[in-house]
Design a protein around this ligand. Structure first.
Ligand code: IMP
Ligand code: MG
Length: 196
């Protein structure tokens, strides 16, 4: 998520950040599941030289672990999209902040994302990337929330289905913090602001 929301007072001494709660997914569980996903992808994409498209910033950590478990040839590229504000949350307007370097026409593409919540970001990305006529286009998302999907999205490679809680760590942030945590944790009482 590229957070365009005003940071407001978070991070300043007067407003302490919420404490980071209990571990939802330990680093061992993450590692194990990532290995499984990698071997599924290896099986499906043998000799296809897929292009992994990591969605910045959250997807970068997952992608870097996933890619290192893949045995076949892959390539890596990144995209950054803006998070929608409260007013655009239902319309699904997403702005591209950094586009791909690679031309994906005729390529086998796998979008690598950290989490699917409403599905708005990914449905926009799917539409956008499909119009560039890749040979195939699939999604690999580490997490997906159970109850909040507004849109039906076909996720071929899914790490974990989780409850509707706000999570941080392993790439996921809260106001740009906690991305470097080795496990995924539940952030209690996040202060929702402009979407997140
Ligand atoms: P969606 O468009 O509602 O599916 O939201 C997707 C984006 O929102 C993700 O790529 C994340 O950047 C962000 N997001 C959704 N849920 C969480 C969460 O629990 N923690 C941190 N970021 C989240
Ligand atoms: Mg994201």
């Amino acid at each position: 998520m590229v957070n365009k929301a005003p940071i407001s007072t978070f991070g300043k001494k007067s407003t302490p950040l919420p404490s980071v709660g209990k571990v939802l997914l330990s680093k061992q569980r993450l590692k194990g599941r990532i290995k499984e996903l990698a071997s599924e992808i290896d099986k499906d994409y043998a000799n296809k030289n897929p292009l992994f498209v990591g969605i910045l910033k959250g997807g970068a950590i997952f992608l870097s672990d996933l890619a290192r478990e893949i045995k076949s040839d892959i390539q890596i590229d990144f995209m950054a999209v803006s998070s929608y504000g409260a007013s655009t949350k239902t319309s699904g307007v997403v702005r591209i902040l950094k586009d791909l370097d690679e031309d994906i026409h005729g390529r086998h593409v796998v979008i690598v994302e950290d989490i699917i919540d409403s599905g708005l970001t990914l449905s926009y990305l799917l539409k956008n990337l499909k119009s560039r006529q890749p040979e195939s286009l699939e999604i690999c998302s580490l997490l997906r929330k159970k109850n909040t999907q507004k849109l039906t999205i076909d996720v071929k490679y899914q790490g974990f289905l989780i409850e509707n809680v706000f999570v941080v760590g392993f790439g996921l942030d809260y106001h740009q913090k906690y991305r470097q945590l080795k496990d995924v944790r539940i952030l209690e009482n996040p202060h929702y602001n402009n979407g997140y």
